[in-house]
Design a protein around this ligand. Structure first.
Ligand SMILES: [Zn+2]
Length: 393
């Protein structure tokens, strides 16, 4: 039986049935390529590798050459199903019960990929002008995200391939389709703080220097100081201390050092460099108060971004409104996604399905949501690239 690509339910089911748990391709990209090529997409598969990380397959598909290029970005990889026995049906069987499609990836995010492909297929079938439209699909979003979108974007840029606007199909809605378009994300940085002391016997503290009370003061400063008041589109930045560790197993030994790990989610007042500077200032103040020696280091890749209102945000908003009757909120909450890489190349937003069951047992999507998201994406394909071209003219 051949697949009806104008039907997002049929395509979503076929994608869910591919066991593409990160980093396995699982046949998902091959399936996509097999439905995109007959629609006139030029498909390229690229595998990227890096020492210490799994090789990852990616797909870039483009149809049309004129005008602005609207790119749909997403991932076919899924998180593991967890205890498969806890599911009411096999997580890769893609069963439909009571108007819901169940399976790992139903909302995060094979469902949205199916909707986008069905949207383009419907527009083509209706003889509508889809302009230039592309899909950038990775198999490495739920994993280390090293051999996926970030490298595909570099590879495209090196060839002079331009993206003019992008929709990441991550499940952006908290409760119902049309709740929210994500127009930005907070930045995320993880810090590692080590406070040094002098090891010794707990009975002779004058011969030692206990780093723990000093570390406590660093922690109080980092987590107790208000970083900012929030901005127009973002909530206040915040620092959460998540791990405290001491290399000590004996109750009568004062440890030589004590460490704390913390994570900061920061808004658009800051950039990675300035938020690091804020941390160093807090640490300096705590060091001055305690006389402690310390080291602090940072890791993390997701810098803050914001896509201001313009052709992409406004046109997508009106498409959501036309189909759902609701005006979507423009939100910047939540965790990171591949939009953090795309933002360096073109305006990007996230809009997909409802995220209530993502990564859970019995992940599921209402069939009605698949139908409505397909219509939203169809309007997006027909209108966004044109709006970008008009704004640039
Ligand atoms: Zn996802």
């Amino acid at each position: 039986m051949t697949l009806d690509v104008t039907d997002p339910v049929a395509l979503a089911r076929a994608l869910i049935q591919c066991r593409s748990v990160t980093p396995e391709e699982g046949g998902a990209l091959t399936l996509l390529q097999s439905v995109l090529e007959p629609l006139g997409f030029v498909c390229e598969r690229v595998t990227f590798q890096e020492a210490g990380t799994p090789d990852v397959e990616n797909l870039y598909a483009r149809r049309g050459t004129g005008g602005a290029n609207l790119c749909f970005a997403g991932h076919t990889d899924v998180v593991p199903p967890g205890d498969a026995a806890a599911w009411h049906s096999d997580p890769f069987a893609a069963e439909i019960r009571d108007g819901l499609l169940y399976g790992r990836g139903a909302v995060d995010m094979k469902g949205a990929i199916a909707c986008f492909v069905a949207a383009v297929a419907r527009a083509i079938a209706a003889g509508e002008d889809t302009g230039s439209v592309s899909l950038l699909i990775t198999g490495d979003e739920e994993g280390p995200s090293i051999n996926g979108t970030v490298k595909v974007l570099q590879w495209l840029a090196e060839r002079g391939e331009r993206l003019d606007a992008a929709i990441v199909g991550e499940p952006s809605n908290p409760d119902a389709l049309g709740d929210e378009i994500k127009i930005g994300r907070r930045g995320s940085v993880t810090g590692e703080l080590v406070v040094y002391g002098v090891q010794g016997h707990a009975a002779y503290p004058h011969r030692a220097d206990n780093p723990l009370p000093k570390l406590a003061q660093f922690i109080t400063r980092l987590s107790g100081t208000r970083i900012d008041e929030g901005t127009r589109h973002f909530q206040p930045s915040n620092c959460q201390v998540t791990i405290v560790s001491v290399p000590n197993t004996a109750a009568n030994v004062i440890p030589a050092f004590a460490a704390a790990t913390f994570n900061i989610r920061y808004n658009d007042i800051w950039r990675r460099a300035t938020i690091e500077e804020w941390v160093r200032l807090q640490c300096e103040a705590a060091a001055l108060a305690t006389g402690a020696r310390y080291d602090v280091s940072f890791a993390g890749t997701g810098d803050v971004f914001l896509t201001e209102r313009g052709p992409l945000v406004d046109t997508l908003s009106s498409a959501v409104q036309a189909v759902t009757g609701r005006t979507p909120g423009l939100s910047t909450s939540g965790g990171t996604s591949d939009a953090r890489f795309i933002k360096d190349y073109c305006p990007v937003v996230e809009f997909g399905l409802v995220n209530r069951t993502i990564h859970q047992v019995d992940e599921c999507v209402p069939l009605q949501d698949l139908e409505r998201l397909t219509e939203i994406y169809r309007l997006a394909v027909l209108r966004i690239a044109k709006a970008v071209d008009q704004a640039a003219a």
